[in-house]
Design a protein around this ligand. Structure first.
Ligand code: X2X
Length: 333
């Protein structure tokens, strides 16, 4: 707790000179949290957006960016977002699904074949459906979801080649029923651990592996504590910009428009950054010692199917949500 407070004070004193630069203190000050290290494209673009918002509002709107879970783990920060202690939060829809189950929809195993299908769905009716669910729990989600990415499995012990390699495997998953359910269906031993504890959990061998996109593997320096990376693309995950509804409603409409405009543009720029990084990250991680393999994913899907994963989630999501998703993915399960 002391550590968290100290970080908050440090960040506030960094923000102070910016206030002075505009010769006035801001009328509205929001805290904006996320789980990614400062160098991840999400923070690079969010930082630019925050500055653009400050300029365009003549200093009236100040958004303080807190990368790396400085205000608490994702689970903690979600509580703070609901209570209003934190006004804005970039969070995976799958982690948000602990609050509103339907927001995990896009994370269903092997749903999307590629990014074209992802963006069509998330900028189209799948995204609209999910945002409507988010609105029901008094949070605002901006239109454009940020890319986290297609997820790959890393381990310290062995490459994952067939589904049998996942049986009994101790794997860290984010705190979300979708991930736990998927890896239980594979016969693994999943443990829910927040991103802020991921590196330590791998380093101390609480778990032998984890799964994340290349950009996260690299920015969290997981190559220091992992040896193998199996390119499974087993699901796609993104970050919604979530805003506490009461805080949002306090902003004048013209300021809301400026905030939404710059953050939606930042999300689009971040998607392009991640796409560009994906072209080189495999090589970079290989140079740092990671050994890659590309398994045939068909048996992994079959395993999920025969374990009843798809029928379980179809029943949970319901026919309406399932139909919206299948419009983009083709028949699932
Ligand atoms: O916690 C994770 O693994 C991460 C960083 O991918 C998410 O935010 C879901």
């Amino acid at each position: 707790r002391t550590l968290i407070k100290a970080t908050g004070i440090a960040a506030a004193s960094v923000a102070a000179p910016l206030k002075m630069a505009y010769g006035q203190s801001a009328e509205f000050t929001f805290k904006y949290a996320n789980n990614q290290p400062p160098a991840h494209p999400m923070n690079v673009r969010a930082k630019e957006a925050v500055e653009a918002i400050r300029k365009e509002t003549n200093g009236r709107m100040e958004i303080q960016l807190f990368p790396s879970n400085q205000l608490g783990s994702d689970t903690d920060t979600l509580s703070q977002l609901r209570s209003g202690g934190v006004e804005m939060f970039n969070l995976s829809g799958l982690i948000l699904s602990t609050l509103t189950p339907q927001t995990a929809l896009n994370g269903l195993g092997f749903a999307f074949p590629n990014y074209d299908a992802v963006w069509k769905a998330m900028d189209g009716d799948v995204g609209a459906y999910i945002r409507a669910q988010i609105a029901k729990v008094n949070l605002v989600a901006l239109d454009k979801i940020w890319d986290n990415g297609f997820r790959q499995i890393t381990t310290s012990t062995k490459p994952i080649v067939t589904p049998a390699d996942l049986e009994g495997f101790k794997i860290r998953v984010p705190v979300s029923p979708m991930w736990t359910s998927m890896f239980k269906a594979f016969g693994s031993a999943p443990t829910s651990i927040n991103a802020s504890e991921m590196y330590t959990a791998l380093q101390t061998k609480v778990v032998d592996g984890q799964e994340n996109p290349f950009a996260v593997i690299s920015n969290f320096k997981l190559h220091e504590v992992q040896k193998y990376c199996s390119i499974t693309n087993h699901m796609w995950d993104g970050f919604w910009t979530l805003i506490n509804k009461r805080a949002w409603d306090r902003l004048p409409p013209n300021i809301r428009d400026v905030v939404a405009k710059h953050l939606n543009a930042a999300a689009m720029a971040e998607r392009a950054d991640v796409a560009a990084a994906n072209a080189t990250l495999q090589q970079e991680l290989a140079a740092k010692g990671i050994v890659f393999n590309t398994p045939n994913t068909a048996p992994f899907r079959d395993k999920l199917r025969s374990a009843g994963f798809y029928s379980e989630w179809k029943a949970k999501f319901g026919d309406e949500a399932w139909a919206v998703l299948e419009k983009h993915t083709g028949k699932l399960g």
